[in-house]
Design a protein around this ligand. Structure first.
Ligand code: TRP
Length: 382
């Protein structure tokens, strides 16, 4: 296919995006997934050799207490990445809270709680940067030029936006929900992160961020001949283990079916006692036929109690009571040191605020620099 080159700087009616660019936007077909998997493995290997080439950004929405699903899904990886020497940035995505709800909730408490969780899992505030959206104006300002680089149709096709829309149960979609992939691109691009740990379902977001970077540099890049304004972020693919909530449904903060990181050993025992199982006394590991039992076996296993099959065999006719007791012990033992550290941090609000302020300061310095480069590229450096 040949395309007539259009000079966006001089063409009076250049379309917002070429059809080819648009078609690329949400391509998560098998080929691109295979490419992401290969690339992620290469990066994983390179992290040990050249950790200083990477800045990793991950983000969490402060919508409730972090739970074991978050821990085994992403948080467990933060310290190891940081300790390999990768510049680690943790975003507490407070503006993303209001994409799909009417208010911010007890936001201050949740943000500080998240700072405590982050420190408890071993993120070192002297080496890593913990910050919030709302404290970094220059990062948010990127939303304006970025919005001009995407089409409304493209946003409607975004799989995550679609899924979130379905989850709102027919409530109207806010403009922020529709455009949050653009805001997320601003998160990644303002800080020049080139590495974002994601599950497969998040790949379209990263593709969107890359496209925005590419389109920006194509449209405005000629003003800065030396180098592009933005880095191209890549995915570090992670395989999050399947953990269901204690009621056998999808684990979620809002369903109240989780074990929170901040729970005490007693609270953990209490919620696990109420966990749904089934009436078959003999414990077996069968994810399809016995999802709730299998889920507890997997959870105990993640916490070091052995392989789920082996554990099931060990419990045998001990029934759900024994399964729950073993799972409780495993969870409580595994999380005891993290919870102890967490309690210490959580008791010192001044320290938590200090960590956040230092992180916000670092984020602002980088964001201001990026915005300056954006202004220059766009000829808006008056
Ligand atoms: N969307 C992510 C979540 O719901 C949070 C997030 C916001 C994020 N900005 C990000 C993740 C930037 C990675 C990079 O958990």
């Amino acid at each position: 296919m040949t395309q007539t080159p259009v000079d966006p700087a001089t063409s009076p009616v250049s379309p917002a995006l070429s059809a080819a660019e648009e078609a690329l936007a949400t391509s998560t077909d098998a080929a691109s997934l295979a490419h992401s998997v290969t690339r992620s493995a290469q990066i994983e290997a390179d992290l040990d050799v050249n950790p200083d080439r990477y800045r990793m950004l991950t983000g969490v929405r402060p919508t409730g207490n972090m739970h074991l699903g978050h821990y085994f899904g992403t948080m467990h990886a933060w310290k190891p990445i940081q300790d390999r020497g990768v510049d680690t940035w943790i975003l507490i995505a407070d503006y993303q809270v209001i994409t799909d709800r009417d208010g911010v909730g007890p936001i201050r408490e949740r943000v500080l709680s998240l700072v405590a969780d982050t420190l408890a899992v071993g993120v070192d505030p002297d080496r890593s940067t913990i910050f919030t959206h709302s404290a970094v104006p220059a990062a948010n300002q990127l939303m304006l030029p970025f919005l001009s680089l995407v089409t409304e149709a493209e946003l409607h096709r975004n799989p995550t936006v679609k899924a979130e829309l379905e989850a709102t149960n027919g409530r109207a979609m806010s403009g922020l929900l529709l455009t949050y992939p653009v805001h997320q691109a601003a998160d990644i691009l303002f800080c020049q992160a080139n590495l974002v740990p994601v599950g497969k379902d998040q790949l379209p977001h990263l593709e969107q961020a890359r496209l925005i970077a590419q389109r920006f540099d194509k449209r405005y890049g000629r003003a800065v001949k030396k180098h592009p304004v933005f880095r191209r972020p890549e995915a570090l693919l992670s395989e999050a283990p399947l953990l269901l909530g204690l009621d056998g449904e999808k684990m979620s903060k809002s369903r109240g079916n989780t074990i929170a990181l901040r729970m005490s050993a007693d609270e953990t025992a209490k919620v696990l006692r109420k966990a749904k199982t089934d009436s078959d006394r003999r414990i077996t590991y069968d994810s399809a036929a016995r999802p709730e039992v299998a889920n507890l076996l997997r959870l105990a296993s993640l916490c070091g109690a052995g392989a789920p099959e082996e554990l099931a065999e060990r419990i045998g006719d001990g029934g759900a009571g024994t399964l729950k007791r073993i799972t409780t012990e495993a969870v409580n033992e595994f999380f005891a040191p993290i919870r102890a550290r967490r309690a210490e941090f959580a008791a010192d609000e001044g320290f938590l605020l200090g960590v956040l302020h230092a992180g916000n300061e670092r984020a602002n310095a980088v964001a201001n620099e990026t915005l300056e480069a954006v202004r220059t590229a766009m000829g808006m450096d008056y």
